[in-house]
Design a protein. Structure first.
Length: 295
């Protein structure tokens, strides 16, 4: 039986690579884009398998209509991939209010809204896979990307909590966290207004991304193949980091966080109330923590 995929941001980058890979596999794809004409070549090649949909992921009316039409046409949504997103680079204080709003709307609010609209159908069918396309930037903070990464950190937290909520319903959620991919992501980034004082932090990252020497390690076609394997796995991870460089960065960040926590451990535990009870020492606490944290 062919699976029904709902992929946002299908016209370019990782979304395009994944859409092509799923179509080649023989599944059905509802592929969204702001300009569906960019999917015409795929529609000509796979006329019975791809269904291009014009969608602004910040428009809740369009989201609701798209989900309703998918259910009317196919009766189900097997895999949701929240892929649409974009980045703006600059110092945190330099972003315009509109730039902050659009970063959060597209990279955080939109995937949450789409997920919430799809969940009732997955809950009723007692099955489903949700892939949230986040980033290594949702695990490791970097200068120049504060607002983009605020959204990605938020998406990772939403996904981790949601995974625990819906697993008993047969729904699996994974935050897919690639490092740099060879797409037009960095080249298409816009910038916040430049302000003085950040030349050795934000400025260096701007120069890196605009340099001809900056060639990301990740191959989007290979990432797409891994994602197809991911949705077929009986016990997928809640977080999946993609790329050797990304793994190195996340490991380094985890080590630094652990060292920092140990250094400040005495200060941390000193804030407990005198009569505080450790949840892990109570039957109810052990039951809850064991049920929701053991995989």
């Amino acid at each position: 039986m062919k699976k029904v995929w709902f992929i946002t941001g299908s016209a370019r980058g990782l979304g395009r690579s994944l859409t092509e890979a799923v179509l080649a596999k023989g599944d059905l794809v509802v592929a969204t884009a702001r300009n569906p004409e960019q999917l015409k070549d795929l529609a000509d090649k796979y006329p019975d398998c791809i269904y291009p949909v014009k969608l602004d992921v910040t428009n809740k009316i369009q989201i609701a209509a798209a989900v309703e039409n998918i259910i009317k046409r196919f009766g189900r949504i097997d895999i949701l991939v929240n892929n649409a997103g974009f980045g703006i680079i600059g110092a945190a204080e330099a972003y315009t209010d509109d730039q902050v709003r659009t970063q959060l709307e597209i990279n955080l609010y939109a995937p949450i809204a789409i997920t919430r609209m799809v969940l009732p159908y997955m809950r009723k069918q007692r099955s489903g896979r949700i892939l949230q396309i986040s980033s290594t930037g949702g695990r490791v903070g970097n200068p120049g990307l504060t607002i983009y990464q605020a959204a990605k950190f938020g998406l990772g937290g939403f996904s981790e909590a949601l995974a625990k909520e819906v697993k008993p319903l047969g729904i699996f959620v994974t935050s897919v966290e690639p490092g740099g991919l060879r797409t037009d992501m960095t080249a298409s980034m816009t910038s916040a207004p430049e302000v003085e004082g950040y030349e050795t932090t934000v400025g260096l990252r701007v120069k890196l991304f605009s340099s001809r020497d900056f060639i990301p390690m990740g191959a989007p076609d290979k990432a797409a193949k891994v994602m197809i394997r991911l949705v077929e796995h009986p016990n997928p991870p809640v977080h999946l980091v993609l790329g050797r460089e990304a793994i190195s960065l996340v490991k380094q960040a985890n080590t630094l966080r652990s060292e920092e926590m140990e250094e400040w451990l005495s200060a941390s535990i000193s804030t407990d109330a005198d009569d505080a009870v450790d949840l892990t020492q109570t039957e109810l606490g052990r039951s809850f923590l064991g049920e929701h944290n053991n995989r």
